[in-house]
Design a protein around this ligand. Sequence first.
Ligand code: TNX
Length: 533
Amino acid sequence: MRWCTRIPLVMLSVAVAPATLEAAPPVIPAPQVMVQGKGHFHLAEGAAVCAAAGESAAAHYFADLVQRTRHLSISVDNVGKPGCLNFDIDPMAPVEHAEGYSIQVEPDKARVRARTPQGLFYGAVTLWQLATRSAGGGLDFPAVSIDDQPRYVWRGLMLDSARHYQSPEFIKRLIDAMALHKLNTLHWHLSDDQGWRIEIKKYPRLTDIGAWRVPAGAAPAADIDPATRKPRLHGGYYTQDTVRDIVRYAAERHITIVPEIDMPGHAQAAIAAYPKLGTGDTPVVSPDWGVHTYLLNVDDETFAFFQDVMDEILELFPGKYIHIGGDEAAKDRWKTSESVQARRRALGIADETRLQAWFTKRWEQWLSAKGRRLIGWDEILEGGLPEGASVMSWRGTQGAIEAAKEGHDVVLSPAPELYLDNLQSNSDAEPSGRTAYVTLQQLYGFEPTPSELTAEQARHVLGAQANVWTEHMRLAERVEHAVFPRIAALAEVTWSSRDRRDWSGFVARLPAQLERYRQLGIRYADSAFAVRV
Ligand code: TNX
């Protein structure tokens, strides 16, 4: 088996794990309270689990998981029964938290209870992690009592589908894996200089033109389809039907998708499609990486255009947050554009940084009038943050600290710890692209609540998110390589309470998680365990 050679490295750390943790069932993320009992509950092949009619989604998800990973068929009975493995939504369930659940396993009965379908779903995931194969066939669940709930409400992963497009099937697999880590937020980066990835009915050129780019360097003639005159390589977009399907798939797994339309920078693909959105010349959809200088105009026509775009986005994504980007908006083109400067002066705005703040504020007002909340990268702090805006801190944690002190909600997503585009290790087995690396242990050690905040300010920390920027990930398997097994560490950072976080305990539980990945067909990075010292 390919992982055998790596495991001894991991085992080195296991030696220091306290005996109690070594013996505990390998649940990831670590539950808040877990007390082990004696014996086990047996679920025979072909047996049923039980759930009340209309409340059986989690039980069905559990049965499906067992089928997929253990190749065992179990059915779901739509009534609760003594002696059955019961899934109950119960307004009196011991854990009050809307995402929490309780599990009680005894030799003659087993049940998972929660106050909400989401809590019950997470209970089902934990139950799946408890199962071991029984010698005589079927599954055994160790006697245990668990009360669990998350530390943070925002447990996120960002996927950049703009630099490289991933198939809807791949995104669904990623969503499923997120759910198995109890993550609940997929931030979907849908537009950038290198591509516009979502169908907008009113403005078809956004995808006709903006979703396709000629690869860097001269495009070989063979890469151009003569019928459409579009380059064959490097492109693609999600139709609205596909987006609806993905949003529904995510919702079934209690994951909210936060769409990002990056503005006013990272907008070159949109400007290539509709040059009037920019401030002058007409670019191509960018074939290369880095910070680009094309910025959206700040005239009313450009706002009206993007409000139409956002109307369609809001229709597709029912979640509370809408991400408007705001990062890396180099102001050079605003400085040299006469129309932008005339607008700035007419508004009485002193400089371009404050002009971006005005731009953000306009969006904040527009979105809040529609009942949504604006979130943006920490650059939106510069020049003043509108009330009601939330901040995603990526340039370290300073933005989050500043915003939380001002009373804004924040999500911690700092480079380098939570940047999954950094390599997993300095091993030769790592793919090319970047050279910087972030180890599993570094990610695991990230603390989302900055110590600079008072308890009151810390309430504004919604949670944390890891980002997968895909400049160097042309293939989906590269995304998988970047995400796994680091997503397991992210799960523990965002879900487990601070006192349950323990690196050596995590390492002791990790081999079981890797086995789950193999059962699920997930190609995790072996190289995560091969740091050269
Ligand atoms: C900075 S993080 C960016 C992205 C890049 C990333 C590469 C952020 C808000 N902007 O556009 O992909 O660095 O690591």
